[in-house]
Ligand binder design. Structure first.
Ligand SMILES: *[C@@H]1O[C@H](CO)[C@@H](O)[C@H](O)[C@H]1NC(C)=O
Ligand SMILES: *[C@@H]1O[C@H](CO)[C@@H](O)[C@H](O)[C@H]1NC(C)=O
Ligand SMILES: *[C@@H]1O[C@H](CO)[C@@H](O)[C@H](O)[C@H]1NC(C)=O
Length: 421
């Protein structure tokens, strides 16, 4: 944690510990009103069929069949396309459910639109600093569905509070009324509660109490934890999901077993580590120190998987910050699929994690599978992602809640080298 300011200064990005680079990142994390939303021009929903297509069932692709979409929903899967309706030819193509980015920071409709352009049809927004702006991004038409955290629990003088310029009165004070705090987060329309475990962050006691209060409301808490001590706090708190993995050492088998037995899940966000190791501007978000390595990240993902901890697919993407960093939306979700396969997950397993697995974790029973009655969130691929996970970039068409996405950006062979972003 301590050397992050040095890292930034050394990179010549800022003139003081939390100078203009941090301002820019902070501003980029502020949600904007959806003035640039494509929703108004999104094609209307219709009835159509994708014919003769192989459909992913979570494990394999089936025999060629038809998928009928009516309005926002999948009306039927199987057989031949009924006559007299528009069809898309799925011959030699592969249909998967829309992808879910489990940790991302879209701040505008443009960001949501870029996610959808890469087949990401649900975005789990991991921090909201402006409730009105976040509310405006919900239920937009023709772009990724937006599920959001509220103001996160950050300690005064913590790295995140400084980095995101959280006004002191909105940080979690030692004597804070935690019940009131939790009421505000949900009173302002948040879908879940985000906690940032770090030095000068919430104490273990505060975090435990928050988790209990949130659970009493039937809601979930997710904890940012990017180094060993923070992870221990997240595990002990029994929060629902842990964001990131430690990069400064490896979890013990007792820890991974405890995560599993407590029913917690983990969103490793290997991609943000990959990008951060290539661009120090991101270091402060993770509190990177010289002890941090990508090998530790990979080892932790592998041991969590071995302990059968559910893993979600998330990026931490923040988009383009000119002159500082480009961490593109959508594209990087595909890179995270590749990162997780690199850490030992199977191709079908990682696709499940990014679709039905995530839908289960977030209790979104209306999505994550190509089945009758589900939201018509669909991605039609030209090549088979089970033979090479990089084929998820090979997108022919995307539909979000039945609407065809007209600005597909993805293309086969897109590079995941962060220096090319
Ligand atoms: C991990 O990072 C934390 C916070 O910077 C530090 O207190 C701890 O000693 C580190 N552990 C290892 C094994 O480097
Ligand atoms: C959306 O993608 C385009 C093309 O890659 C890029 O120029 C733009 O900055 C992106 N917008 C956001 C909000 O990330
Ligand atoms: C929304 O949050 C603010 C502080 O963050 C609080 O003052 C306000 O009462 C909250 N609104 C509701 C309805 O809880």
């Amino acid at each position: 944690m301590k050397i992050t300011a040095t890292l930034l200064a050394a990179a010549g990005l800022v003139d003081s510990a939390y100078g203009c680079g941090a301002h820019l990142l902070a501003r980029a994390m502020q949600a904007q009103s959806p003035t640039d939303c494509v929703g108004g021009t999104a094609p209307p929903t219709t009835t159509f069929a994708i014919k003769n297509v192989r459909v992913f069932d979570g494990y394999a692709f089936g025999i060629p069949q038809a998928v009928l979409v009516s309005g926002t929903k999948i009306a039927l899967v199987g057989g031949a396309a009924p006559p007299g309706i528009p069809t898309f030819d799925g011959t030699n193509k592969y249909l998967i459910p829309g992808l879910i980015d489990s940790h991302v920071h879209p701040q505008s409709c443009g960001a949501l639109s870029n996610l959808t352009a890469y087949g990401v049809t649900t975005a789990v927004n991991m921090a909201c600093l402006d409730y009105n702006a976040c509310r405006a991004l919900k239920d937009q038409v023709g772009v990724a569905d937006y599920i959001t955290a509220g103001l996160f629990a950050v300690g005064p003088n913590s790295l995140h509070a400084q980095f995101f310029q959280v006004p002191p009165e909105l940080t979690l004070q030692p004597d804070a009324d935690l019940g009131e705090n939790v009421d505000y987060v949900f009173g302002n329309g948040s879908d879940f509660y985000k906690i940032v475990a770090e030095e000068n962050g919430p104490t273990q006691q505060q975090q435990n109490t928050i988790v209990q209060l949130v659970h009493a409301k039937g809601k979930a808490t997710y904890t940012h934890a990017s180094y060993l001590a923070a992870y221990a706090q997240a595990i002990a708190s029994k929060c629902d999901g842990i964001q990131h993995v430690p990069a400064n050492g490896t979890l013990t088998s007792a820890q991974t077993a405890q995560i599993r037995s407590q029913g917690q899940f983990v969103t490793p966000t290997m991609e943000v580590f990959r990008v951060a190791f290539a661009n120090p501007a991101l270091g402060p978000l993770l509190g990177l120190t010289p002890a941090d390595t990508y090998d530790n990240v990979v080892a932790n993902v592998a041991s969590l998987r071995q302990s059968k901890v559910p893993l979600a697919v998330g990026t931490d993407a923040v988009g383009s910050l000119p002159g500082i960093l480009n961490f593109p939306f959508g594209l990087t979700l595909h890179c995270e699929l590749q990162n997780l396969v690199g850490a030992g997950m199977g191709n079908a397993e990682v696709l499940r994690a990014a679709t039905s697995g995530a839908a289960k974790l977030y209790k979104l029973p209306d999505r994550g599978a190509v089945k009758m009655g589900m939201r018509a969130d669909l991605v039609l691929l030209n090549s088979n992602p089970l033979t090479d996970i990089a084929h998820t970039f090979d997108i022919k068409n995307v539909w979000v809640a039945g609407r065809q996405v007209t600005n597909v950006l993805s293309s086969k062979g897109t590079s995941c080298d962060p220096t090319t972003f």
